[in-house]
Design a protein around this ligand. Structure first.
Ligand SMILES: C[S@@+](CC[C@H](N)C(=O)[O-])C[C@H]1O[C@@H](n2cnc3c(N)ncnc32)[C@H](O)[C@@H]1O
Length: 425
């Protein structure tokens, strides 16, 4: 067996529930570990010995059952042997529960000279796991857990986004209809256009001369291209990359324009690490009397009445899902737009509510935020925090009843969805 692991996990099956939580948290940090469900079959012993040798460090979880287990004692003996050969091989004992005097004495013979971690001293699993990493000298990449990894490639996200847009288009079109009369046949740019379907719905009445859409999702762009009309063009590019400006500029030259009349960017800025850089580019791409139209989100403006823990849990899950981006983006936009050079910034509206349009889209509002069946969350790695993953079963259990109560009008919901415009003059 040649597979390498960061950590070998030694434990007793009697502690399996606790262990699964700890192991999920370790894996969530991108640290690999050998953790097998226990079996008494002899042929596993050789495999276990090899896994101990092929791991960088060894963590043993001590309980009265694990200290009494011959298997665990064999693993500890192996690990000590391994450490003798390789001094950088760390052994980290973690005490899961108070040990009897006899067990304490036995295990002291093996591990008495090492620094022990006591699980009860840590307020949650995450803090314990981070202490284990520290003692074993394990580094993990924090950035990867903070960066948004949004993608419309997953089927449920396609459905969720469609629900969201069915509802949000009413607001967007209402605002856009005030902008359209300013331009007789505008040149339009859509940033993060996905399959292009939604921008074409929103701009149906704009009489645009041509419309260019750009998205980093190649599959979505293929669909957009397949359905493109003569005056629409879609291309695949990361709008935060250096190549973006060059690619868009060559298209502007082809269309013989110095700038776009309307630049539309909906539900994209929250997913970008560098929104400031993009806004500076968009300032240069906009014609002198052009309009930048932005739709973006801010959870700080979320309100639900009457209070229920269910909504708090959903908001927490969204905040900590790696797909959902920076949930406080909208409040930062006026300052970012000013820094990018824009002179006139208008917040057209800053919330959507469950009673808008006579409550016509009440269900869409629910599904865009509170329906766990429309979340891509199927593993801890979907989150930047293990607690959010832990809340999922609780939300799923209550969802049906909560939705029924909401549909009967028992809850009022307001969500921080902003529509803004920015112009140069
Ligand atoms: C939530 S969707 C919104 C799609 C569409 N604008 C709408 O309102 O329905 C976000 C879109 O931004 C795209 N996107 C995210 N990061 C991007 C980047 N760096 N460059 C280009 N597109 C990006 C995604 O691929 C996705 O299609």
């Amino acid at each position: 067996m040649s597979e390498k692991f960061d950590i070998f996990i030694s434990y007793s099956n009697a502690n399996r529930d606790k262990m699964e939580k700890i192991v999920n948290t370790i894996k969530f940090y991108g640290v690999s570990c050998w953790f097998q469900l226990r079996d008494s079959k002899q042929h596993f012993i050789e495999e276990i010995n090899q896994a101990i040798n092929n791991s960088n460090d060894f963590v043993v979880f001590l309980s009265n059952e694990s200290v009494s287990s011959l298997m665990v004692r064999n693993e500890i003996a192996r690990a000590i042997f391994q450490q003798k050969k390789n001094p950088s091989y760390d052994i980290v004992p973690v005490v899961l529960e108070p040990l009897t005097e006899e067990n304490q004495e036995i295990i002291n013979l093996f591990l008495g000279s090492l620094n022990w971690l006591y699980a009860e001293k840590y307020q949650d699993t995450e803090s314990l796991v981070l202490a284990i990493f520290e003692q074993a000298g394990i580094t993990f990449k924090t950035d990867e857990h903070l960066q948004s990894t949004y993608s419309t490639e997953k089927e449920v996200e396609k459905i969720r986004l469609k629900e969201q847009n069915r509802y949000l288009n009413e607001y967007a079109i209402r605002h856009l209809e005030h902008i359209f009369p300013k331009y007789s046949s505008p040149a339009v740019l859509d940033i993060g256009c996905d399959t292009g379907e939604n921008i074409l719905v929103r701009f149906e009445k704009s009489n645009f001369r041509f419309l260019i859409g750009v998205d980093s999702n190649a599959e979505a762009i293929e669909i957009a291209k397949a359905n493109a009309a003569e005056n629409t063009e879609f291309f695949c590019c990361d709008v935060t990359s250096e190549g973006f400006f060059r690619q868009i500029f060559s298209r502007m030259q082809r269309h013989n324009i110095l700038g776009f009349d309307i630049i539309h960017i909906s539900a994209v800025l929250l997913h970008l690490g560098n929104a400031e850089g993009l806004l500076k580019n968009l300032y240069m791409l906009l014609s002198p009397d052009g309009t930048l139209f932005i739709q973006d989100e801010d959870d700080g403006a979320n309100i639900v009445y009457p209070h229920s823990q269910f909504f708090e849990d959903c908001f927490y899950i969204w905040e900590h899902s790696k797909e959902s981006g920076d949930r406080s983006t909208a409040r930062k936009l006026p300052a970012m737009l000013r820094d990018a050079g824009f002179n006139k910034i208008d917040v057209l509206s800053s919330a959507i509510t469950s009673v808008d349009f006579g409550g016509k889209y009440r269900e869409e509002l629910w599904d865009l935020y509170f329906n766990p069946d429309l979340w891509s969350a199927d593993s801890a790695s979907y989150f930047d925090n293990f607690e959010a993953f832990n809340l999922l079963p609780k939300v799923k259990e209550r969802h049906e009843q909560m939705k029924a109560d909401y549909m009967e009008g028992k809850y009022f919901i307001m969500l921080g969805m902003f529509f803004l415009t920015a112009t140069k003059n």
